[in-house]
Design a protein around this ligand. Structure first.
Ligand code: AMP
Length: 477
């Protein structure tokens, strides 16, 4: 019989028996990293590809954690396809077999009968695609109020397939007190937004040093007229919404100018230039490392030799002088298994040279068009909604009207940060613009209006959850 090594031999006997039956003797790297963290509790983002052993990474701790004396659903695994649902359900069934864990695969395109029967008999783990899960929830046939573990598997795929609205709605049925784990092969911005909605104080789990390769970085460039560069930088930052970024300039003068420009516009920015003492540079560096500073503006020389990595974005305000400089700059993101985003602002004259450098570097750099005002506003509204809904998670369903009183504490909390204040101001500005009173008034209409006339406007509330619930029944918290 297979001899189990490392952490497998610490698992309960019944799970060890399953592992031996599967012929798994040693944890795969993703399992070695993720299983101890999951057993400890807390939220995780794990960057893992198909074939890495990720199913075992969440399947083992889920199986171990199920209370089989209870009939309640205690774990929910959401994933993109029926094939994956079957495969994952099968693996967790084997892992939990000797402990009596019941697992149900739930997906659309098949009859409801067998799924309903299993739900009535009681299952501990649901593994399914968002659409059918939501159907069962809406019909009151699935109760997720006892869920202790949520897994979002192949999260990037789920978003690509357009599952976000359903996932968000399912989020409303989950209890706030749970551990959430997100698995994804890539972590682009849309996956980060998903994480902000479902996860809290999460830890990133990277696989190995190979994951630091440039392939983990998404490269974009914007063509910007020289005269509008700083204004477009601010707009792009607002649009991309980086968690943290280093902004590279080619000269000390540009570093001073860009830092002052961003600070004046309310961004949390500081600079490091060769003029500063080592102590002052380290102070700025420590601030960004500790998450107390969002934007660090620097020249290549000033940033050399200082240990700042792990940034979500690297922005080149001035195009780099050589292909090596570009690689060096962008290597400051995408570390520790996180995907990073590298953005370059390139003026029309530099574009040929910039593209040539990336041919030498063998890097695919895609062009992005500067966001229009409408796109900007859409993005800000999306962020606002995610934040409001995140706050609402703690509020009982019965009190979840978006009335003024309920929104005040949410707004107060958002207004604590510069970014929150900017988002709120942008939404107010757009609202005021949209509802600007007519400048020309028909005087005859004024005369016809009685003094105590009540305006018959129909107020629009953008925060209203239009269509939420979609007749699918009451949601639970
Ligand atoms: P996954 O990435 O979860 O699809 O897993 C890829 C393959 O690796 C599956 O066929 C698993 O059965 C197998 N596998 C997972 N964990 C182990 C392990 N610790 N030892 C050997 N094979 C494993």
């Amino acid at each position: 019989m297979t001899e189990l090594t490392e952490l497998f031999s610490d698992l309960p006997d019944d799970i060890q028996t399953s592992l031996k039956e599967l012929g798994w003797s040693t944890p795969m790297p993703v399992q070695a990293k993720a299983i101890p963290l999951m057993r400890e509790g807390g939220d995780l983002i794990i960057q893992a590809q198909t074939g890495s052993g990720k199913t075992g990474a969440f399947g083992i701790p889920i199986a171990e954690r199920m209370d089989v004396d209870s009939k309640a659903i205690q774990a929910l695994v959401m994933l993109p396809t029926r094939e994956l649902a079957n495969q994952v359900a099968k693996e967790i069934t084997i892992l939990g077999k000797h402990r009596g864990v019941k697992v149900l695969a739930v997906y659309g395109g098949v009859g409801y009968g067998p799924q309903l029967e299993a739900l009535e008999n009681g299952v501990h783990v649901i593994v399914g695609t968002p659409g059918r899960i939501l159907d069962h929830l809406g019909n009151g046939r699935m109760d997720l109020s006892g869920v202790k573990v949520l897994v979002l598997d192949e999260a990037d795929e789920m978003l690509s397939l357009g599952f976000w609205p359903d996932m968000r709605e399912i989020g409303g049925y989950l209890p706030a007190d749970r551990d959430s784990h997100l698995f994804s092969a890539t972590i682009p911005e849309k996956v980060r937004s998903l994480a902000r909605f479902f996860l809290h104080d999460e830890t990133y789990v990277a696989l190995d040093a190979d994951q630091n390769s440039p392939q983990q970085i998404e490269h974009f460039y914007y063509v910007v007229p020289a005269a509008e560069k700083e204004a477009l930088l601010a707009r792009i930052i607002e649009f991309e919404d980086p968690e943290s970024a280093i902004i590279f300039c080619n000269t000390k003068g540009d570093v001073r100018f860009v830092t002052a420009y961003l600070q004046k516009r309310g961004f949390d920015a500081d600079q490091i230039s060769g003029d500063l003492t080592q102590v002052a540079r380290e102070k700025a560096m420590n601030k960004i490392k500790a998450g107390k500073l969002r934007f660090l503006v620097a020249t290549d020389v000033a940033a050399r030799g200082i240990d700042i990595s792990d940034l979500s974005h690297v922005i080149s305000y001035s195009a780099p002088d050589s292909p090596e400089v570009y690689v060096h700059r962008t290597g400051r993101t995408g570390r520790a298994g996180k995907a990073g985003i590298a953005i370059s602002l390139v003026s029309g004259l530099d574009i040929g040279n910039f593209r040539y450098m990336q041919t030498i570097n063998k890097i695919k750099v895609l062009e992005r068009k500067p966001p229009t005002e409408t796109i900007m506003l859409g993005r800000i509204r999306e962020r606002l909604q995610v934040k409001v809904e995140h706050e609402m998670r703690a509020v009982p369903k019965s009190e979840q009207e978006f009335g003024i009183d309920r929104l005040i504490p949410v707004i107060e909390k958002m207004a604590d940060s510069i970014e929150g204040r900017r988002d709120l101001a942008a939404v107010c500005a757009a609202y005021l613009k949209e509802h600007r009173p007519e400048t020309t008034v028909d005087e005859s209409e004024l005369e016809a209006t009685p003094p105590d006339h009540e305006p018959s406007h129909s107020p629009r509330r953008d925060g209203d959850r239009k269509g939420r619930g979609r007749g699918r029944g009451r949601r639970r918290r």
